[in-house]
Design a protein around this ligand. Structure first.
Ligand code: FAD
Length: 461
């Protein structure tokens, strides 16, 4: 993976900026930064650079751009669309310098009056969540990769997760962003004013920009009042329609729904085998729904019919056990090898038909061994996991995104476009929207050196 020449003047400059020990070129040290979590995407890097603060990030970006070298921002490397690792075939400017944000671990005290906190881009989601919980607050974003995914990565991808139904996506939590633009300019808006109508919201533009417009170095985040004790249930259901009706009717009036997640029988079989878990319900079902509600941990927040097949958990240990069936889905599928992971969303009225249609169509492909669906039901967000096709065989992926588009859905619900879906962006965004994105990209990054090939496969158009 290491294609750094023996003497590389750019790397000498970068060593002066961050210290020699933070410019990695040893193939063994570089390797973990050049292959993604799913092992489906990998490519060569010129070096990995690990700046310690915003000034160092700015100096690194300036040096790379002056040398005509692409820069690839990387956080926890848990992204699942290939946006955080180099392309397998480098573009004309050669392999990128991977700019790892993991040393940007600033974590300010919680501002109790505004209910906000400022965090460095390299802080993990788990550390952020523990930090604010210790101060009596809740951060609204959470998902299984919490102990690796970074604040910067979650903002750059506008991550969703298991609490979107209660708190919204990452964009809803962002009160301000500090970032280094491709020319080395630092834009910083971390004051956290509750009301602040002063022109373009640059933080909102950088949120979800997937490292193509700038390197996020710190973020001002809105927090929520702590969640009280909860009840978690698994419910066996026989169809998507039944699952959606349960979300609508089981939650008692006045009770806050915190999560509504779904796992199909393929995913259940896998997670039981991988995690050594028993079947949690009385009878077999094609789908298992997980609901979590804030009801003081009494169980009163859910009104479940007597004939429903339910496992309920009121205390934290039991709740964690039930959550495992959902939280370990990605890991369970990945135990089968390189998995094609398609994160998509569908309008809720079309979800049942669309999910059945695409599962049947994908399963019929010769290359496919197994196809399973799990996801965030209340958000219309399903993850289609496919084993069998080679990493670069896109037939099944194309079938999924085309089916989704036909049903009025989005080719990316929460993971972003990355490299994996850049080609399919026109299925979800109009020509006028993509042209506008290209104009923004050219205005901020005229040489196309920030994460080339990600989001816009041909940024200069
Ligand atoms: P990386 O993977 O390092 O990077 C992702 C993208 O962001 C890349 O394009 C990269 O260039 C860019 N980037 C990273 N940091 C910066 C920065 N500081 N400035 C500018 N650009 C940057 N995602 C969800 O939304 N919901 C889920 O429920 C969910 N569950 C997951 C479960 C598992 C087990 C795994 C492995 C992943 C899951 N993901 C989920 C996907 C992933 O965790 C998220 O996309 C996460 O936001 C990526 O954060 P990261 O720090 O790992 O970013």
């Amino acid at each position: 993976m290491d294609s750094a020449p023996r003497t590389d003047p750019l790397l000498d400059v970068l060593r002066d900026v961050v210290g020699a020990e933070h410019v990695l070129t040893d193939p063994e040290l570089v390797a973990p930064y050049t292959v993604d979590w799913s092992r489906r995407f990998a490519g060569p890097a010129r070096a990995v650079v690990r700046p310690a603060d915003t000034e160092q990030v700015a100096a690194v970006v300036r040096a790379c751009v002056a040398a005509g070298a692409p820069v690839l921002p990387q956080g926890g490397n848990t992204g699942l669309v290939g946006g955080g690792v180099p392309a397998s075939a480098p573009g004309p400017a050669g392999p990128p310098v991977v700019l790892s944000t993991r040393r940007l671990t600033r974590l300010d005290p919680v501002d109790d009056l505004s209910g906000q906190v400022t965090a460095g881009a390299g802080v993990t989601l788990g550390d952020l969540r523990r930090h604010v919980a210790a101060a009596g607050w809740e951060y609204g974003v959470d998902f299984a990769a919490r102990d690796s995914a970074t604040v910067g990565g979650t903002v750059a991808t506008n991550a969703g997760g298991i609490r979107v139904v209660a708190f919204g996506m990452t964009r809803a939590q962002v009160a301000g962003v500090e970032a280094v633009l491709p020319d080395g300019t630092v834009v910083s808006h971390l004051g956290g004013l509750l009301k602040d109508n002063t022109g373009y919201d640059l933080g909102a533009l950088l949120t979800g920009s997937e490292g193509t417009l700038g390197v996020i170095t710190a973020v001002r985040l809105r927090l929520h009042r702590p969640v009280g004790a909860t009840t978690v249930v698994l419910v066996g259901v026989d169809s998507y329609d039944e699952a959606m009706a349960a979300v609508r009717t089981y939650v008692a009036p006045g009770t806050r729904l915190l999560a509504a997640e779904l796992v199909d029988d393929v995913g259940m079989d896998l997670v039981m085998a991988v995690a050594g878990l028993p079947w949690p319900l009385e009878r077999p079902h094609p789908l298992v729904l997980l609901l979590e509600v804030e009801d003081g941990g009494t169980g009163d927040g859910l009104v479940v019919p007597d004939d429903a097949d339910v496992a309920a958990a009121l205390d934290a240990g039991d709740q964690e056990r039930l959550w495992q069936y959902r939280e370990r889905q990605s890991e369970a599928f990945s135990s089968l090898g390189v998995i094609h992971k398609l994160d998509v969303s569908v309008p809720l009225p079309a979800l049942a038909r669309c999910a059945a249609e695409l599962k049947q169509a994908v399963a019929a492909l010769d290359s496919v061994d197994r196809v399973g669906v799990f996801g965030h039901l209340a958000d219309g967000n399903i993850h289609v996991e496919i084993s069998g096709p080679d990493a670069d065989d896109l037939e099944a992926d194309a079938l999924v995104v085309e089916t989704i588009a036909r049903h009025g859905g989005s080719v990316s619900a929460e993971h972003g476009i990355g490299r994996a879906k850049a080609h399919w962006l026109p299925l979800s965004r109009s020509a006028a929207e993509i042209a506008t994105m290209r104009r923004l990209k050219r205005a901020l990054d005229p040489d196309g050196l920030l994460n080339p090939g990600v989001l816009l496969d041909d940024p200069t158009g």
